[in-house]
Design a protein around this ligand. Structure first.
Ligand SMILES: O=C(O)c1cc(=O)[nH]c(=O)n1[C@@H]1O[C@H](COP(=O)(O)O)[C@@H](O)[C@H]1O
Length: 259
């Protein structure tokens, strides 16, 4: 969390650069290097997605080298959507933190708290899937609870409780449904949200930030993967998105802070 906060302050950015490397193995190292080097100045964090590495020969080595290429002061969120029982989760945590050197992970809470707890470590962060970007209505996450609310609310509550007890626990909330984001923000007023779904998935950036930003103009990391990876000039694409995010942040600042 400290690493994330100091990085955000240093570059004044809430942009998370997603690394979902597509293309031939022969070109992919070069493109990863190019994207990291060109976008690092605008990145609050990088988010390599594990699937895009594991689908290649030597994918683990490629992932480790990629994380090493990222400047030390920029947090790396390994997007593995891990979610197994505790002793197995412990091995995923060792993989993420000790083998490849990530600072944070994404975790699927379907198996409950014990699927999340092994990832809680001093100096590391965990983003728990709450309301994902993939479907406008979701047969599982939108399921009504007998106690009121929907299942994704419960994921948010679990992450809130773990954050209160341990610190370092955020949520994944997609950018494709600002109303759902507003609801999760109400349930979790202070936690950090990792927000995928702008760019290739068409999420509305302004509405997303209005719904998700905390009053201090922080609390949200906006991820973009394909829109940056596929851009002719990845640096320009990252800078443009960072500036758009900041414009909306400034516009959303409460009047009281403007004097
Ligand atoms: O956990 C994630 O990062 C994630 C959660 C979610 O709800 N939706 C979602 O798209 N993602 C990931 O975020 C990235 C989105 O990529 P783009 O749509 O190309 O920007 C991919 O790596 C997805 O796996």
């Amino acid at each position: 969390m400290n690493k994330l906060l100091s990085r955000i302050q240093r570059v004044d950015s809430l942009l998370c650069v997603g690394l979902d490397p597509t293309g031939e193995d022969a070109q992919v190292v070069g493109r990863l290097t190019e994207v990291i080097d060109q976008t690092a100045a605008y990145a609050a964090a990088f988010k390599p997605n594990l699937a895009f590495f594991l689908s290649r020969e030597n994918g683990v080595a490629l992932l480790r080298d990629t994380i090493q290429r990222i400047p030390q002061d920029i947090p790396v969120i390994l997007d593995g959507k891990f979610g197994d029982i505790s002793n197995t989760a412990d091995h995923y945590a060792r993989f993420a933190y000790d083998v490849v050197g990530a600072d944070a992970v994404t975790v699927n809470p379907y198996m409950g708290d014990d699927a999340i707890v092994p990832f809680l470590r001093e100096g590391k962060m965990v983003f728990v899937l709450a309301k994902t970007s993939n479907k406008p209505t979701h047969s599982l996450q939108d399921m009504a609870l007998t106690s009121g609310g929907v299942l994704s609310d419960q994921a948010a509550r679990i992450s809130g409780k773990l954050d209160e007890e341990n610190g370092g626990v955020g949520l994944v909330v997609g950018a494709t449904q600002p109303e759902a984001m507003a609801r999760v923000r109400e349930l979790c007023p202070t936690q950090w949200f990792l927000v995928p779904g702008v760019g290739a998935q068409g999420g509305d950036l302004a509405a997303t930030l209005r719904a998700g930003l905390r009053p201090d103009g922080l609390g949200v990391l906006i991820n973009s993967s394909r829109a940056i990876w596929q851009a002719a000039d990845a640096g320009a694409a990252a800078q443009e998105l960072m500036m758009q995010i900041n414009e909306h942040r400034r516009a959303a600042e409460p009047a009281v802070s403007q004097g």
